[in-house]
Design a protein around this ligand. Structure first.
Ligand code: 5AD
Ligand code: SF4
Length: 436
């Protein structure tokens, strides 16, 4: 009988990409994908550990999946990704149902490790942040029209709250010809949208200047026939130059949207976060983006309750958020990550206070997001249709160039296509649209 795998992906787009690599590796071993978790022979949980909530989610799932192992003793459960790197062997001792723990830089070893488990019945932990092996590995995309393509692995930013450098290692740029090759192959197979990925995409090439800079990658992807939309995630304000903005403005396929993590609107907190920019520099980038690129959407990430944050410093963030008028934001309560420098900054903000600040921030930003969406109500937009809506199967859901969510009625065969939609009614989450 055919052997099957099931992959659960948590966390960011980089993890989505890694899951596609894992899928391709398992397929090359003769496994087929199944949507039914009860019938799989290999279960992969590709994990995240950015905040404590992410850890708790994984532990919960692993506990839940003990039953699957009792029902099928031959089941091989693999914990991969960032939490695997962070917690390592302790996952094996804590969860007897886990066979393999595989960190982000050891993914290519999965076939060999699965063979080992099958042969010996023993369990293994493969972690460590050695050099990335950048041979071109095939990916198995679950969507034909959109691709994630990483430009770097790891991160050198060392923001004091962030665990990523410890679980994904130092930044290494991928050879530019690999990136372009992956994009060309995707375009040749009918793909339309590419999202270039990295923890700090615009630091691309600073480690290996021969590869060129991130602007030159955008330029090369822009020249590929068939590609209609180019996105990237995420840039860091400290590497965001005026020259880059001009390059962006000159490339017609690069979408008018930048996700530019702010983290705090207070200069002292930014310094303690080791962000290496101030609110003035951040505001300059936003002004320059808005004056150079028509109708650009700017979204951000913000952390409430960083250690030592006073009420006054938090209100500076609130004021700055009002001033920036972000089109959208992901907002988080600060979460201690053991081993990061911020854990030692005193005094910590009490957890209840972090949540209270977070809620005030969310309420403020939601009003701004809604007001921004109202400005586009009634306009027409090009939408890339992504799926049949999760909430209501009657609707298709897609994204505008500005990356706003649009739900509208239409036939399922439009998935993966670009369509013109009138943004009939604005909501905080996006728009209800009508096909034109
Ligand atoms: N606590 C809360 N939020 C965090 N982020 C990263 N680390 C932490 C942490 N320790 C947020 C940042 C980042 C986003 C991906 O997650 O805002 O941009
Ligand atoms: Fe992505 Fe960071 Fe989560 Fe890892 S820890 S999956 S890099 S968000």
């Amino acid at each position: 009988m055919e052997k099957k795998y099931h992959i659960i992906t948590l966390g960011c787009q980089k993890n989505e990409y890694d899951s596609q690599l894992i899928a391709a590796l398992l397929k090359s071993m003769g496994y087929e994908s199944t949507g039914k978790i009860e019938e799989c022979d290999i279960l992969v949980i590709n994990t995240c550990c950015i905040r404590n909530k992410a850890d708790v989610k994984v532990y919960g799932r692993l506990g839940q999946y003990r039953e699957l192992k009792s029902a099928n003793p031959d089941l091989i459960t693999i914990v991969s990704g960032c939490l695997a790197e962070k917690d390592g062997k302790s996952l094996l001792s804590r969860f007897s149902n886990v066979s393999l723990v595989v960190g982000p830089r050891n993914i290519s070893r999965i076939p060999e490790l699965v063979e080992y488990v099958r042969r010996t019945g023993k369990r293994r932990c493969a972690i460590g942040l050695g050099n990335m092996n950048f041979e071109i590995m095939p990916v198995l995309r679950d969507r034909a029209y959109a691709a994630w393509i990483p430009v770097t692995e790891g991160c050198d930013c060392r923001c004091t709250y962030c665990i990523v450098p410890y679980v994904r290692g130092a930044m290494t740029s991928r050879p530019s010809e690999h990136i372009v090759h992956e994009a060309e192959e995707f375009a040749a197979s009918g793909g339309v949208e590419i999202t270039l990925l990295g923890q700090n995409v615009n630091a691309y090439g600073t480690d290996i200047p021969e590869y060129g800079d991130f602007g030159s990658i955008l330029e090369k992807i822009n020249a590929i026939d068939g590609i209609k939309r180019i996105r990237f995630m995420s840039p860091h304000p400290r590497n965001f130059s005026d020259a880059f903005i001009e390059k962006m403005a000159s490339l017609e396929k690069v979408c008018p949207h930048v996700h530019l993590p702010l983290q705090s609107g207070d200069d002292t907190i930014l310094r303690r976060m080791n962000r290496r920019y101030g609110t003035d520099e951040y505001a300059h980038i936003v002004d320059k983006l808005r004056s150079s690129i028509n109708d650009i959407a700017i979204t951000t990430d913000i952390i409430a309750g960083f250690p030592g944050e006073t009420e006054e410093q938090f209100s500076n963030t609130m004021e700055f958020v009002k001033r920036m008028e972000f089109d959208g934001a992901f907002m988080f309560a600060y979460s201690e990550r053991e081993g990061t420098p911020a854990v030692k900054i005193n005094p910590p903000v009490p957890p209840q206070e972090r949540l209270d600040r977070l809620n005030r921030l969310i309420a403020l930003q939601n009003d701004i997001t809604f007001a921004k969406h109202r400005l586009y109500e009634g306009r027409e937009a090009e939408v890339l249709v992504e799926t049949v809506s999760k909430k209501d199967s009657e609707f298709l859901t897609g994204k505008t160039l500005r990356k706003e969510v649009v739900n509208f009625t239409g036939p399922e065969n439009l998935v993966g296509k670009l369509v013109r939609v009138r943004l009939a009614k604005a909501y905080t989450w996006g728009f209800m649209g009508e096909m034109v």
